[in-house]
Design a protein around this ligand. Structure first.
Ligand code: 5AD
Ligand code: FES
Length: 357
């Protein structure tokens, strides 16, 4: 297998990427070992922790795969009060485990834009050392700029699939071009930007997966979140299985090949891996992923934020998740990275990291 991955980073072509996505047995262990080594060389062993706060499940969109799509009447809709979000941020900062808070919600363009800017400012005032990542969907550039000016450090927005026709089928209200425009705007504004995609969407092929990985490299994202697509019973895709349902190694191959293709990206072991395998996130951390994102949403809301079924930790308290992370990483022999762990691509002088300034 050595000769099958002579390349990584920019020299990995579509031609030598495809066989890696089809690796089996002995080749597979060699691929994981190589990806793990590339992760160690480029990111180190310490694992940045990003605490996710799912502060609202209200959503105007109707993405065909998503459990909180507007047309699903099942989830009880909630919106956390600003004071409660602020208190949750203070608690996260106080624990000193996560150096980043990820504020995630459904997409409600317009209505919440000013409130979100105020929230970012308040959290930065309370917790100046905590990095803020926002993840609330497509917006015009001027709104992203306003949030950046308020103190937002990073933004997560997966492009979901690089296949424009598939994207259009899955998203009644948007196009891939529009999603990519948002990602370019964020990068141009100097916001650390995270893209990514789902693995195994109905209608995709291994070639799509290769193109997804290549698109991540083309964008040179700071962070790349990928995870298996999981059919949700309350959606039109309830009976559309994951394309790789019979080949679950594909989810880990995807992480490994992504690491080879984008050595300096922060790649989280995403929650959906744990929905499919009890040790899914631990395995992802051993074949290329370097970031862990525990759920920090208050327990009463967790059940209502199920984008897909089988999401772990819905019955846990936020504190349990942070203890669980410590235990899991200890078992893997991986220390927790201190501080906000900004992009590995940033020049050291391009960002103010001093919390006292
Ligand atoms: N299965 C897996 N991932 C999903 N997401 C949304 N719905 C599903 C699903 N059914 C992912 C999307 C989105 C992220 C927040 O959650 O990739 O960008
Ligand atoms: Fe939530 Fe383990 S990360 S209980």
């Amino acid at each position: 297998m050595e000769n099958s991955f002579p390349h990584h980073g920019k020299t990995l072509t579509r031609e030598n990427l495809l066989p890696l996505l089809r690796a089996t047995d002995a080749d597979l262990s060699a691929l994981y070992a190589r990806a793990d080594a590339v992760r160690r060389e480029n990111c180190g062993d310490a694992v940045p922790i990003r605490a996710i706060l799912e502060f609202s499940n209200v959503c105007a969109n109707d993405c065909l795969y998503c459990g909180i799509r507007a047309s699903n009447p099942d989830p009880i809709r909630y919106q956390m009060a600003a004071a409660d979000i602020r208190a949750a941020a203070r608690q996260i900062a106080g624990e000193e485990i996560a150096g980043t808070i990820v504020l995630q919600a459904g997409e409600t363009p317009g209505a919440s834009d000013d409130a979100i800017a105020a929230l970012i400012r308040d959290i930065k005032t309370d917790c100046p050392a905590l990095a803020i990542t926002l993840s609330v969907g497509n917006r015009p550039r001027h709104v992203y700029a306003r949030w950046r000016d308020a103190g937002m450090d990073r933004y997560l927005l997966r492009f979901e699939t690089s296949d424009a026709a598939l994207f259009a089928r899955l998203h009644p209200a948007g196009t891939l071009a529009e999603r990519l425009r948002c990602l370019r705007d964020l990068q141009a504004l100097g916001v650390q930007t995270g893209g990514g995609f789902m693995i195994g969407l109905p209608g995709e092929t291994v070639e799509t997966l290769a193109d997804n990985i290549l698109l991540c490299r083309e964008f040179d994202f700071d962070m790349i979140g990928i995870g298996p697509y999981i059919p949700h019973p309350g959606t039109p895709l309830s009976h559309a299985p994951n394309v790789y349902a019979d080949d679950p190694d594909m989810f880990f191959r995807a992480i490994a090949v992504l690491r080879l293709a984008t050595p300096l990206a922060h790649i989280p072991a995403t929650t959906a891996f744990d929905a499919l395998f009890s040790d899914g996130r631990d395995r992802a951390l051993q074949c290329g992923a370097n970031v862990f994102m525990p759920n920090a949403t208050p327990r009463p809301y967790r059940r209502a934020y199920q984008l897909y079924p089988g999401k772990p930790c819905v019955d846990e308290e936020a504190l349990n998740c942070s203890r669980c992370v410590q235990h899991r990483l200890h078992t893997l022999g991986r220390p927790i990275a201190p501080g906000p762990s900004h992009s590995l691509k940033m020049k050291s002088d391009s960002h103010v990291l001093n919390p006292d300034s």
